[in-house]
Design a protein around this ligand. Sequence first.
Ligand code: SF4
Ligand code: SF4
Length: 460
Amino acid sequence: MKFDFKEEDLIIKPYKTPGPVYVRKQKGLFQKIRRYTGVIFVLLFALLPWVNYQGKQAILLDIGKQQFHFFGITLFPQDFTLLAWFLIIAAFLLFFITTWLGRIWCGYLCPQTVWAFTYIWIEEKIEGTRNQRMRLDKASMTAGKVAKKLLKHAIWLALSFLTATTFITYFVPATSLYAGLLELEWSALVTFWVIFFTLCTYGNAGWIREKMCIYFCPYSRFQSAMFDQDTLLVAYDKKRGENRGARRRKDNHKQLGLGDCVDCNLCVEVCPAGIDIRNGLQYECINCGACIDACDQTMDKFGYAKGLISYTSENALARKKSPVLRPKILGYGSLSICFVILMGITMHSRVPVEVSVLRDRNVLFRTNYLDEVENSYQLKLINKSQQPQVYQLNVLGVDNVKSSLTEPIEVAAGEMLSVPVTLTVARENIKYKVTNLQFVIQAENNADIHLLKETRFYSD
Ligand code: SF4
Ligand code: SF4
């Protein structure tokens, strides 16, 4: 028996490997919106680390010290519940937005999209239009081609380096990071992360681009689970567009048996994902709207109504009602609001001091020369406020208890202090072998900052 296939047909390829996507420059309403949101996003990203609040960098995630500063609020690992609330709210907001507006995040705000479009713009400025870039890549290596490629990659690398250092300024104070760069005094750790993020940015935005969204991004895989028939998405109106085909502007295309699609292929050429939206809904589509702008431009030229490709929904395409307010959206929206309120309450009730009480592990109790009983403890105080605090320590639960700590305790802002404390009680005041007692920690200048910690006092 003779089989009719080639050797490469036997190789199983987990991923399709299309060639490079040459994106055509496109102007239009959605590209303008995307450009403006991208600029705002990049400015926020670059400038936020330079904003100071109460004399400190407003946003600083100091992993070494395990302190996370957000505009005057310092969070510690003990505030993990707040981080959990934050992640829950972010997840539900994502569900809410995705169900309502589809992959609007991918198309307009995702850093991968913003950076990829920026890198494409640089490429276009140096190597020319889509057709010129395609010709340049096919041409043999000349001095001019090498110079253009070198310049492009040098600018891409410089931008990647700037992106990496800006990202690191969220973890290392911006002033010390750049001062260290000028004096060539970066630690090995900082140098490693800057190189790592530089290469990641260069690779993702310069080389991988759409493959990152298609093969690596988990969101592109699970977002369809949140979609319903009324979710906003970019779609081609097949009923109106088919049969597609070329024609002259003055032709009456209905008489020729043609739909509104003139088969100009512009929607494919402007697509950063390299897909043809006319083939139906595809998970590769990032909802950037470039094909809408391209198609509207063609529709204008031919005097047809705009919107052959548009932001629409499956129900709207099937000429059915497509309501915005529906149970899924209302559910996600109200849950997001509830979680924001709960997080607000948690933040409001948060006391900016943390105390842990550790008992002396070696001896349960001691007896002194006056036959009084002594218990020793180690207090760990964390001042979670932005100002230095002075704390008073009191003990409740045993009569006439004497503390070795007679002076108030001063702790600098954001610092942790270990304080040894010995409590002494006369035998006539001790009723049980184990007595429950409480350490009361009170800030001297702020009645709202106080904390009560339970511990035990042992005797024989
Ligand atoms: S199909 Fe259209 S909206 Fe989707 S990624 Fe391509 S250009 Fe953007
Ligand atoms: S841009 Fe519009 S008219 Fe041109 S091929 Fe795409 S769908 Fe058809």
